[in-house]
Design a protein around this ligand. Structure first.
Ligand SMILES: Nc1ncnc2c1ncn2[C@@H]1O[C@H](COP(=O)(O)OP(=O)(O)OP(=O)(O)O)[C@@H](O)[C@H]1O
Ligand SMILES: [Mg+2]
Length: 266
């Protein structure tokens, strides 16, 4: 049962939970026996340091086995991936990725480079998750063109919907010009605080605007989720009984149920 579903996790707003979602969703899917590749496409490298040991991260950087070296330097994905858990592999990011936004501009097929890189390996994985930076620049564009679907984390705060139109507009342009099959996997509400009236209002508002596109599972605000990456661990390893672990477990189950029933949310 290899489907090789490629999911880009994107929202140009900073700090909405993209990386936390990428790490914990990747782990949850891998823990259920699926083969998963997590691609860190953010120069901040938070997904890499959040799931790999500091030694592994610095070894990748020292050896030049980074996503930059694949995107710009011509290495194959297989040459840069590092196995970080039994069925979870990581294509790590290093500081070198900072330059890629500029260098890619003049390269041939600049928006399709990640897609081309993933093509030969996607059948080896059940899921490929791509963590993206907080911008709609060329790295995020590469993620969208490479993806089958986009998962959009939205923080439950007052300005949650702000900027969503430019993201959805970009997704539609990518669909029209570069990648007709691209779907919206869905919106996932993050940092939900059940005691906070605003969280409920934002949740209602987002569900009203995007009926059918919002995941039932909601990721609660949980200190365990913010602590676990500093140990290089997913929340499932750090505190498996936390509300954050429950949230991502449920989200993974929803994504698996949708994808493997062949039901898109488009
Ligand atoms: N559900 C949550 N509960 C509590 N803290 C969270 C939760 N999700 C994320 N955080 C924390 O909020 C901050 C931003 O989260 P994260 O890094 O996942 O966002 P991001 O969208 O990837 O940010 P950036 O745009 O900078 O890449 C981090 O400190 C993270 O630990
Ligand atoms: Mg991030």
């Amino acid at each position: 049962m290899v489907v090789g579903r490629v999911i880009a996790i994107a929202n140009q707003k900073g700090g909405v939970g993209k990386t936390t979602t990428a790490i914990n969703l990747a782990f949850a899917l891998a823990d259920s026996g699926r083969k998963v590749l997590l691609v860190d496409l953010d120069p901040q490298g938070n997904a890499s340091s959040g799931i790999a040991t500091p030694e592994d991260v610095s070894a990748s950087r020292r050896e030049g086995k980074t996503i930059y070296q694949a995107l710009v330097g011509g290495l194959a994905i297989a040459e840069i991936v590092r196995q970080v858990r039994p069925t979870l592999s990581l294509a790590p990011a290093g500081d070198d990725l900072v330059g890629a936004e500029i260098e890619l501009v003049t390269m041939e097929g600049r928006e399709r480079r990640l897609r081309a890189l993933l093509e030969p390996v996607r059948e080896e994985y059940n899921y490929v998750l791509i963590d993206t930076p907080p911008s709609l620049g060329i790295l995020t564009l590469n993620a969208l063109v490479a993806a089958d679907s986009v998962l959009v984390p939205m923080q439950c705060e007052y300005y949650a919907l702000e900027g969503l139109n430019s993201l959805l507009g970009t997704i539609n342009k990518v669909k029209a010009v570069l990648r007709p099959e691209l779907e919206l996997e869905g919106l996932v509400l993050t940092m939900f605080d059940s005691r906070n009236r605003l969280s409920h209002e934002i949740s209602d508002e987002v569900r009203k605007h995007f009926p059918e596109k919002v995941f039932q599972s909601v990721i609660p605000r949980s200190v365990r989720l913010s602590e676990s990456p500093s140990h290089g661990l997913s929340v499932f390893e750090y505190e498996p009984k936390s509300s954050g672990a429950d949230g991502y477990r449920a989200l993974a189950a929803e994504i698996v149920a949708r994808g493997e029933n062949g039901a898109g949310t488009n």
